[in-house]
Design a protein around this ligand. Structure first.
Ligand SMILES: Cc1cc2nc3c(=O)[nH]c(=O)nc-3n(C[C@H](O)[C@H](O)[C@H](O)COP(=O)(O)OP(=O)(O)OC[C@H]3O[C@@H](n4cnc5c(N)ncnc54)[C@H](O)[C@@H]3O)c2cc1C
Length: 439
């Protein structure tokens, strides 16, 4: 029997979290053989590529604030300091809130926590919004359709000036190329991991191992191209697909997949949309910020390169938590745009009336119960997942935390020198605040 190929570390999943993790592990442990692999034919082709790739540090939990703030600063450093173009554009984030939403406890706590952490944001009042946001319908009085849809009119805008958008493919490329420049092992693509190999530790070579009384450890992966062994760790950065590998060995990832869709609308054909896209006054780019409407979870991202908007919706009740397993789950639904998103969007911004998407796609979020990611090292498998729809904006911090856990460090040092306990995002020693500001 031929010996299985063996590496020190096998990183399964080359999305943004896998490439960032592979990079930091390799960088800080140069002598280790780190194999990065993915079932797709190139890195960053799954949910990373489907993302709106907006980045914000405007979270309510101090944990997410830390993960995103340090990642955004790192992204800025890569682009400005290292001269790597990531198409990071500080469009800002604009959360439109109704009077009721603004004055309720959770928004107040959100702002209080942002004040305490020094997050850069400001509040726009109704009169300012009226002047600054072209075509924003702020008067739903007597509007039966708005009433039927339970739409609350915007009265405030919370604007985060350090937030923006980037190109996730370029971010993946950056980590991937940096990783490759350090690694002596060629990454492998088109390789499907079928299962994790869990073995007795130490092995006694008895038939039927591992028994309940034995210690156990993940020692490798069974792929569709054969078996691969890992001396130190199998890193699982498989996002919404993690349960397919963790459930069979009895590790409850506590994450669930959910479908998310984006629809592209071009602004060029309609002067009112063009005017909205090129709104002045919020940022130096002269464009409308990434904007979240007060009701129904509808949001849009300005897309300056293609002169348009990406429109999405963080629907919650009614959208199944579904194991995102096959590509069928990833087909965008045009009826969803027509019947769910469009009526809301065009009510707040009549400029979108009669404009139809020119493109659309769907992917899966990997939700954790508290909307904070998971990073833990359990019996040989190092899991990085549960980014809950914000993995791009947390990627640098999560890669560093995974690496700190790998090296057995008590603390992970994030970009800029801020620290977090390396096991703070684990299941067993979780030390986080529940996140309430999730789209
Ligand atoms: C519509 C949409 C909008 C989003 N918007 C934003 C946003 O604005 N900002 C933001 O920060 N985040 C956003 N996200 C979330 C973001 O995309 C994810 O949090 C992030 O991509 C997670 O990265 P990942 O590496 O865990 O996952 P993925 O990119 O999904 O990578 C997982 C990889 O694992 C591989 N894999 C899985 N199973 C196996 C296996 N058995 N064998 C081999 N390979 C395997 C997959 O092929 C894949 O490449 C959005 C997501 C969607 C779907």
């Amino acid at each position: 029997m031929t010996e299985a190929e063996t590496f020190d570390v096998i990183v399964v999943g080359a999305g943004v979290l896998g490439v960032a993790t592979a990079y930091y592990i390799q960088k800080n442990s140069p002598d280790k053989d780190v194999l990065l692999l993915d079932r797709y034919l190139a890195p960053g082709q799954a949910n990373t590529a489907m993302s709106a790739a907006a980045v914000r540090n405007m979270f309510a939990s101090s944990t997410n604030q830390l993960l995103t703030d340090t990642t955004i600063k790192y992204v800025e450093h890569v682009q400005e300091g290292l001269g790597r173009e990531l198409l990071f554009e500080k469009t800002g984030y604009l959360w439109l809130l109704s009077e009721r939403q603004f004055s309720n406890g959770s928004a107040q706590l959100w702002m209080h926590r942002m004040d305490a952490s020094g997050i850069n944001y400001r509040v726009y009042e109704k009169e300012e919004l009226t002047q600054m946001v072209p075509g924003l319908n702020m008067d739903f009085v007597g509007d039966e359709e708005a009433e039927l849809m339970h739409l609350e009119q915007a009265s405030y805008g919370l604007y985060g000036g350090d937030c923006g958008v980037l190109d996730p493919t370029r971010l993946v490329e950056y980590y991937y190329e940096e990783f490759k420049s350090l690694s002596s092992v060629r990454p492998r693509f088109g390789v499907e991991v079928e299962r994790l190999i869990l073995e007795a530790d130490p092995k006694l070579d008895l038939p039927g191992e591992p028994f309940v009384w034995q210690e156990k450890r993940v020692t490798g992966v069974q792929t569709d191209r054969g078996e691969l062994r890992a001396r130190d760790a199998v890193v699982l950065a498989t996002g919404a697909w993690s349960n397919a590998l963790l459930d069979p060995i009895g590790i409850d990832s506590q994450t669930k997949g959910k479908k998310r869709q984006l629809f592209v609308v071009h602004a060029s054909d309609k002067p009112a949309l063009n005017e909205l896209l090129f709104t002045d006054g919020f940022n130096s780019l002269g464009c409308i910020p990434f904007t979240i409407l007060p009701s129904a979870g509808v949001y849009f991202r300005p897309q300056l390169q293609e002169k348009g908007f990406w429109i999405g919706c963080g629907d919650k009740l009614g959208r199944a938590f579904k194991y995102v397993q096959t590509d069928d789950d990833l087909v965008p639904e045009s009826a969803y745009y027509e019947n769910s998103v469009y009526p809301v969007l065009s009510k707040y911004f009549p400029a979108f009336e009669d404009v139809r998407p020119v493109n659309s796609w769907a992917g899966g979020y990997c939700y954790s119960p508290d909307a904070i990611p998971f990073v833990y090292f359990d019996h040989g498998v190092l899991v990085v997942n549960g980014a809950s729809g914000s993995g791009i904006m947390k990627s640098d911090a999560l890669g560093r935390i995974a690496d700190a856990l790998f090296r057995g460090e008590e603390y992970a040092e994030l970009y800029g020198g801020r620290k977090i306990k390396a096991d703070a995002l684990s299941i067993k020693h979780r030390d986080v605040e529940v996140e309430s500001v999730v789209i």
